[in-house]
Design a protein around this ligand. Structure first.
Ligand code: ATP
Length: 881
């Protein structure tokens, strides 16, 4: 029978479950029988398909065509197949690396998704446990509260004003009020999903209230499971940098095509004027054009960027910053304003009541402990949300055991807490049959709803004087950075007709105030100082009282003056336009509603600022979405905010945001280093071929360029991506979000460094020819080619060392880059091997060179280090001016 037509008792009986849940053993058995509560994911492409996809790359197509043409000529002319073999080997290595690189990036993202996997609160063996949502089974009793994603299809057992947003399933964006009673078909055949008011469905979210429900369907048997046979993972978007690089690659490809046609034409004219057009002649010319294409297209670029980004993301998650969207890594480095919650992010969220105001601490303890969702565990320590737990502990310190009190005066109704209203109320049935309501919350809100106060014996009329006295006590505590919460009560002869906040939260009797200390996180002060040095503004946004907020902000050096603080009420009085003008004045926003956060983010963004914003509650989702970097809280955050966040802090800590910004800057900086390295290398190759062709000699064969580009260049480029941060990385202002790849002198550096390597390479060619033939002349030279190859590879290798920093001297680096040293060694060994191991050397058409020639080539290659050091020296001087 359909569960929504049954009563809760019938449903539980049918599912062989009960209100306090399944036993752990039974749950394990059911999990074994029915499988995990997961939707099946779309099948991944097979290895063959992935490899085949790699072959679609234009560069690879050019290479395959080149290999085919070389193959055909080899057959007809009887020459060796060495070229074909080498080209095909490069194609294969490149494709395998491509697949490897993609799957590494994918694995990194998958691992992150596993870390941020959803959990649910469930009753097992009568205790509340937090388990992975995928381990839920039919019959489990789950606890639901505002901000939770619904983990499976379930029948509601208890509902305290539960409101569920089911837009994903029904398209209806207005949250639905949920009930417990069995539904009635009436004359309908069935009830549509949106009208099943006693059910909750996987994929929807709790926006208000609290409740429990028993799971009736899991995994693919849920309603969403039925709609979608398989969920296709949303494709990871490319980061802005990756998009710009793709555009660059396109431009380069066209450019290359142009140059190739040009060179091909020139060479054909030469042939025509010289020996006449022959098959071998045309083939050679074609191969030159191919070698140019190979030289100019930076094949390794996309791979290096993906690898560096995915390694970076993995490192960040180890440091507690879990990136959910790859684009965030880049944006982090541009962050100019960080808007942070106070409680739990700047402070430890370890609350202890240290002050009290009122005339009856016992009664206050009773009210705030009963109007409360935290509970005492077996060791009589409170567990639950820290503010609430502190109040339960406070009650216990006055001899009041929450569990025992609740057994006598059980909760029969409630209006749950929400951060907009800043109040919470519960209704309790007393032993004498009457009802008593307890309300707790922000004093400024609560006191305005009190018409009487409790003097310790009876209710007295609330006077203006009393209000002032309370307000004074509140201010006194808040000024000491204490979080102040007040308690009140209201008596009822019978159960209140309604349980809405409006109906309950008036005509209250004030009982007292509690002042809680919430120590600041010790590492935060330094992190804020670091932000200042890095040109990043820290802004505190809190639901707490302005006095508490300013006191804490002063301790943290966020503000020096009270003028820099503003309240939500004051914000309501100023226009968006005015806020835009004044936004720079305020660093503390107190007693704000979640809606204000969106206004604050937008005001900063309108000033052209890149804003990071933290959030935990269900109502914070819009501001997290609006911010350039939305940050969710791993510990206290709700599923709803985490799901829209770009980054989740595993430890809720502000200092972790600052670390992530530092990582973002480092990763972006390193990618730029790798780009500069690869582009200047490619440029030097193009220029060398171009100049040699114009002058009429062959400097390098296509296979030589292939080897350098794909084998000896790639490792140092990746190693540059692993470079540690530079000493001054957090002493500089954030980079412009809109800056292009070539900004800040990178374009200029690529050009002059490309020219530099070209000059040493061509010099090596002529020196090689001179050492072989004893004359300086333009002529075809086997030694020249070998030396040019050696010099070009080694100059690039030494240049990778230069690129450890774009401006600092490499002799003053604070850290070592062992990966780079290893990559350089590998390049050195491989290049030497290609030249000196006879069969390989023969395949590459290298002439054995003497040791003198070898070291001369090395010396020429090494010259790039002193040259770049000298230029950097002048660049530093110019930039410091
Ligand atoms: P932040 O926004 O920095 O996390 P916050 O924790 O004070 O600060 P909210 O959780 O929105 O922000 O709380 C706003 C106010 O509501 C608090 O200052 C407090 O007065 C009141 N409040 C907080 N928790 C409760 C609760 N469980 N019951 C009743 N009132 C509460």
């Amino acid at each position: 029978m359909k569960k929504y037509l049954q009563t809760t008792e019938e449903v539980l009986r049918e599912l062989n479950s009960q209100r306090d849940g399944l036993s752990a053993g039974e749950a394990a058995k059911r999990l074994e029988e029915n499988g995990k509560n997961k939707l099946t994911e779309a099948k991944k492409d097979s290895l063959a398909v992935r490899l085949f996809n790699q072959l679609k790359d234009p560069m690879i197509i050019i290479l395959i065509v080149a290999a085919i043409i070389s193959g055909i000529t080899a057959v007809y002319s009887g020459e060796s197949f060495a070229d074909v073999i080498i080209i095909m080997a490069v194609v294969v290595i490149n494709s395998v690396l491509g697949v490897f690189q993609e799957s590494k990036a994918e694995k990194a993202i998958e691992a992150l998704q596993a870390i941020s996997a959803a959990t649910s609160k469930v009753m097992r063996d009568g205790k509340i446990l937090e388990i992975k949502s995928e381990d839920l089974v039919i019959g489990d009793v789950i606890m639901l509260e505002a901000g939770d994603s619904i983990p499976a299809d379930a029948r509601i057992l208890e509902s305290a004003s539960l409101k569920i947003e089911e837009a994903a399933l029904t398209g209806e964006s207005v949250p639905v009020d949920k009930v417990i009673i069995a539904l009635n078909l009436g004359d309908q055949k069935d009830i549509s999903l949106g009208d099943r008011k006693n059910m909750v469905y996987m994929g929807s979210a709790v926006v208000y209230g609290r409740g429990t429900a028993t799971v009736v369907a899991t995994g693919m048997d849920t309603e969403v499971g039925k709609i979608a046979d398989a969920i296709t993972q949303a494709k990871e978007n490319q980061t802005p940098l990756q998009i710009k690089l793709n555009q660059l690659s396109k431009v380069l490809s066209w450019l290359v095509l142009g140059i190739c046609v040009f060179i091909f034409a020139i060479s054909l004219i030469r042939l025509y004027l010289g020996d006449g057009i022959t098959g071998t002649g045309v083939l050679n010319t074609f191969m030159i054009a191919v070698s140019l294409a190979v030289a100019a297209i930076p094949e390794g670029l996309a791979a290096v960027v993906t690898i560096v980004l995915s390694i970076g993301v993995t490192n960040m998650s180890k440091k507690k910053a879990v990136i959910r969207k790859l684009t965030a890594v880049e944006t982090l480095g541009c962050t100019q304003v960080i808007c942070s919650d106070k409680t739990g992010t700047l402070t430890q969220n370890k609350m202890t009541v240290v002050e009290y105001f009122g005339w009856d601490p016992q009664f206050l303890g009773r009210a705030v402990a009963l109007c409360n969702d935290a509970y005492l565990n077996d060791d009589n320590k409170a567990e639950g949300e820290p503010t609430e737990a502190a109040l339960v502990n406070y009650g216990y310190s006055h001899g009041l055991n929450k569990g025992e009190m609740e057994a006598k005066t059980c909760r029969v109704g409630e209006a749950p807490f929400d951060s907009g209203r800043k109040l919470m109320s519960t209704i309790h049935k007393l032993e004498n049959g009457f009802f008593e309501q307890y309300t707790k919350g922000a004093p400024d809100v609560l006191v305005s709803r009190c018409t009487t106060y409790w003097d310790g014996e009876i209710q007295q009329i609330m006077t203006d004087e009393k209000r002032q006295e309370i307000s004074y006590a509140n201010k006194e505590m808040a000024g000491q950075a204490l979080r102040v919460l007040s308690g009140a009560f209201r008596s009822w002869d019978a159960m209140p007709k309604e349980q809405t906040p409006d109906y309950l939260e008036k005509d209250l009797c004030f009982i007292g105030l509690t002042g809680m200390i919430d120590p600041i996180r010790p590492e935060v002060k330094d992190a804020i100082k670091e932000c200042k040095e890095a040109g990043i503004r820290t802004v505190m946004i809190t639901g707490d009282h302005p006095d508490t907020a300013t006191a804490i902000a002063k301790q943290l050096d966020i503000i020096t003056d009270t003028d820099e603080a503003i309240t939500g009420a004051q914000l309501d009085d100023i226009s968006d336009e005015q806020l835009g003008k004044d936004i720079g004045k305020y660093s503390v926003y107190a007693r704000v509603q979640p809606e204000h956060k969106v206004r604050i983010v937008k005001a900063w963004q309108n000033q052209g600022m890149i804003v990071a914003m933290t959030g935990d509650g269900v109502n914070d989702a819009p501001s997290i979405k609006t911010a350039d970097i939305g940050i969710g809280m791993g510990i206290t955050g709700t599923d709803v905010t985490k799901n829209v966040a770009d980054m989740v802090l595993a430890d809720d800590n502000f200092a972790t945001i600052v670390n992530a910004v530092r990582e973002g800057r480092r990763i972006y900086g390193n990618i730029r280093k790798a780009i500069q390295f690869l582009l200047s290398s490619n440029l030097s190759e193009v220029l060398s071929i171009f100049i040699a062709t114009l002058m009429g000699f062959t400097i390098l064969l296509p296979v030589h360029l292939l080897w350098i580009n794909l084998i000896t260049d790639s490792f140092p480029a990746i190693a540059l991506g692993l470079e540690k941060e530079e000493a001054n990385s957090m002493k500089q202002p954030p980079r412009e979000a809109k800056e292009g790849i070539f900004s800040r002198g990178l374009g200029f550096d690529v050009i002059w460094q490309g020219v530099m390597v070209t000059v040493v390479t061509i010099t090596a060619y002529f020196v090689g020819h001179f050492m072989e033939a004893g004359v300086w002349e333009i002529a075809e030279s086997a030694d020249g080619i070998t030396m040019a190859f050696l010099t070009l590879s080694m100059a690039e290798m030494f240049h990778s060392l230069n690129m450890r920093s774009r401006r600092q001297s490499i002799f003053r680096m604070q850290h070592q880059n062992h990966a780079l040293y290893l990559a350089m060694l590998a390049s050195l060994v491989l290049t030497t091997a290609v030249i000196f191991i006879p069969p390989i050397a023969a395949a590459f058409e290298f002439e054995p060179i003497s040791l003198t020639e070898y070291f001369t080539a090395m010396g020429l290659a090494f010259s790039v280090i002193p040259i770049v050091e000298t230029v950097k020296f002048f660049q530093r001087r110019m930039e410091s001016k």
